[in-house]
Design a protein around this ligand. Sequence first.
Ligand SMILES: NC(=O)c1ccc[n+]([C@@H]2O[C@H](COP(=O)([O-])OP(=O)(O)OC[C@H]3O[C@@H](n4cnc5c(N)ncnc54)[C@H](OP(=O)(O)O)[C@@H]3O)[C@@H](O)[C@H]2O)c1
Length: 258
Amino acid sequence: METTDLKGKKALVTGGTKGIGKAIADELARAGAQVIVSARTQPEESAHHFIAADLTSPSDVAQLTKEIKDNFGGIDILINNVGGLTTPGGGFSTLTDAHWEQELQLNLLSAIRLDKALLPQMIEQENGVIIHISSVAAKQALWNLNLAYAVSKAALNSYSKALATELADKGVRVLTVAPGATKTPPMEKFINDYAASAGITAEEGMKQLMVQTGGIPMGRMAEPEEVASLVHFLVSPSAAYLTGTIYAIDGGSLPVVS
Ligand SMILES: NC(=O)c1ccc[n+]([C@@H]2O[C@H](COP(=O)([O-])OP(=O)(O)OC[C@H]3O[C@@H](n4cnc5c(N)ncnc54)[C@H](OP(=O)(O)O)[C@@H]3O)[C@@H](O)[C@H]2O)c1
């Protein structure tokens, strides 16, 4: 979207140094927002203000929040993008308590903690937008590939909906974006690892994975910039009446009406 409709807004994009998060940070900055990004590792180059934080650590979240309050006074737009599939496939018997806890920390509690810390200021100014980056996996858990990840994203969807209802009359909108397969480093690694373990090429691996998930009618993965474009619209004034809803961006892959 070629607009400057976010001029004067301050945005925090978690995990804004790579993949989908980086594309979102760049898109919001192009639209005029002052963008802060956070991640565990400082990138060699970043056009945005960077704050280091591991969002699975409550003390890092507290420090991140303090730095934002001290240096920027608060934010108007929060993109909870940190997350990912970090546990092995193989179904219920392979997953330990530690695996479940790890996925819930990364994909659910990271967002809940940060929302809780930054929301009082948004409520006080009676203005704000929160986006939770979920996944189509939340509605289509694959027992042998992504069980704990999918369940943690389903919990994020449910939390996001309830939070939106709680905040609807306080000037704060809360929305969920659920990408399908998107061309980012972890997705490419996932496909390569799958292909290597099956003794096939990455291209064949991608085809097999697409079959397992019911296929992508558009026949390709999303570009991170396409997800960023949707997020830009959702945080913009044009989306002022949208809250509590989930937006899949998946080339038509979810085989359900939702
Ligand atoms: N790619 C896909 O196909 C796809 C599909 C559906 C949903 N999603 C969702 O989209 C989001 C972004 O995925 P992506 O593929 O763009 O990931 P990515 O390329 O791996 O980027 C992840 C970002 O998060 C940061 N990060 C990771 N763990 C962190 C932690 N514990 N604390 C703070 N920062 C952390 C990373 O930087 P550091 O490593 O330096 O911390 C990086 O900036 C995730 O929520 C993912 O579940 C992705």
